[in-house]
Design a binder for this molecule. Structure first.
Ligand SMILES: Cc1cc2nc3c(=O)[nH]c(=O)nc-3n(C[C@H](O)[C@H](O)[C@H](O)COP(=O)(O)OP(=O)(O)OC[C@H]3O[C@@H](n4cnc5c(N)ncnc54)[C@H](O)[C@@H]3O)c2cc1C
Length: 357
């Protein structure tokens, strides 16, 4: 693997776009990054100022960026990774145009559109700070690089919630996992538990049912997953449901060996022997980078208007980080497209004001 010197993306040596500069080989994710590299070498000034910066590269941010490119906007996207939560989805059955597609396959198509079909400046990095300045916003990354934009689209999505019970920390990756994992071999023929009752939890059950001996699903409330998945899962002979139960503790020696659960409002606890536990109890919005600027609801989601604008002029938001109804890939993508259209209108209005003055 090589690193694209422009966007920081990991690229495979054999299918990367290459260029030789001062006798050294360089590897790029796309023709666009190669062109940018050669241009910045010649004029010796890296680009740091844009009309629009999109933050986050899940379905919302990637769609916003591709839309911005099709609208010929001067835009830049900064993201910790490409794909966001969608990468973890092993079976997407509700995205238009595909009866069935895996998360990684869909994200690869999004990525292709971002860097090949419509090249847009991009950077793999984490945004740590957003400050308001004259005429727009300064965005600082974890490497302390600063970029300026007249308008922003926040599409930072959500990250996984923790249970916060005894043993959760000490058995992390020694039996306790968050969400899905790639390699299930260590739980082959073993007892396992899945914590949660939403689509993510039930997708994990579907992935485990041919691998594990028994799957114990623990959910503190009624299952909230889509009925089509619930109907499939309840047919599995090795599926056992503990609805209305809370996890109290994870125990074991060097590796996890048991979870203790208790029915809500009852005193007596049950000990279930398990080799692995997969926690999928929901996610929390990644809104902290703008919490000092925009209004949030009680869940910490960014409150958006129908056009994805927020309470702060020039800041738009899209996808799971917002209070928009429905946390789904197709909804996040649609909101991303809407935010790009609204950000473009904002830039056009700024220009119009400048000409009028
Ligand atoms: C296991 C699982 C299965 C799912 N299955 C389905 C399904 O089958 N169908 C469906 O429609 N939906 C499904 N979903 C939900 C769907 O994945 C989300 O609704 C969708 O990904 C939300 O997109 P988003 O772009 O708003 O946010 P996210 O996907 O959360 O993306 C946020 C992006 O922002 C980046 N980011 C965050 N903070 C920063 C920062 N400070 N600086 C830079 N970048 C940052 C992240 O790295 C990430 O790239 C599933 C979710 C999970 C977890």
């Amino acid at each position: 693997m090589k690193k694209d010197p422009v966007c920081n993306m990991d690229v495979r040596e054999d299918d990367a776009i290459t260029a030789e500069c001062d006798g050294l080989p360089y590897y790029f994710c796309s023709e666009g990054c190669k062109e940018k590299f050669l241009k910045e070498r010649t004029c010796k000034v890296p680009r740091t100022s844009y009309d629009l910066i999109v933050i986050g590269g899940g379905p919302a941010g990637l769609t916003a960026a591709v839309y911005a490119a099709t609208l010929k906007m001067d835009a830049f996207i900064i993201t910790k990774d490409l794909g966001g939560q969608a990468v973890d989805s092993t079976k997407i059955e509700n995205y238009m145009g595909f009866d069935f597609i895996t998360g990684p396959e869909l994200v690869e198509k999004f990525q292709y559109q971002l860097i090949h079909s419509h090249y847009i400046d991009h950077l793999i990095s984490e945004v740590e700070k957003i400050e308001t300045v004259e005429g727009g916003f300064n965005v600082t990354t974890s490497e302390l690089n600063k970029y300026f934009a007249k308008t922003l689209i926040i599409a930072t999505g959500m990250t996984r919630r923790r249970l916060n019970v005894d043993g959760e920390d000490s058995f992390q990756r020694r039996g306790v996992f968050y969400g899905n994992i790639q390699d299930f071999s260590f739980i082959h023929g073993e007892e396992v538990a899945v914590i949660g009752g939403g689509n993510s939890a039930l997708q994990i059950v579907e992935n485990l049912h041919t691998v594990a001996k028994n799957i114990h699903l623990v959910s503190d409330a009624k299952l909230t997953a889509d009925p089509v998945i619930i109907e499939r899962v309840v047919q599995f002979k090795n599926f056992h449901k503990y609805e209305g139960f809370k996890v109290i503790e994870f125990t074991g020696d060097s590796m996890l060996s048991h979870i203790r659960i208790r029915e809500k409002a009852k005193a007596e606890a049950i000990n279930i022997p398990v080799k692995g536990v997969f926690i999928a109890i929901g996610l929390k919005p990644n809104s902290s980078i703008v919490s000092h600027l925009v209004k949030l609801n009680e869940k910490g989601e960014i409150i958006v208007n129908p056009d994805c604008s927020t309470s702060y002029p020039g800041i738009f938001a899209a996808g799971d980080v917002t209070d928009a109804f429905g946390k789904r890939i197709i909804i996040a993508s649609g909101e991303g497209a809407k935010a790009a259209l609204a950000a473009r209108q904002y830039i056009l209005d700024l220009r119009r004001k400048l000409y009028d003055e």
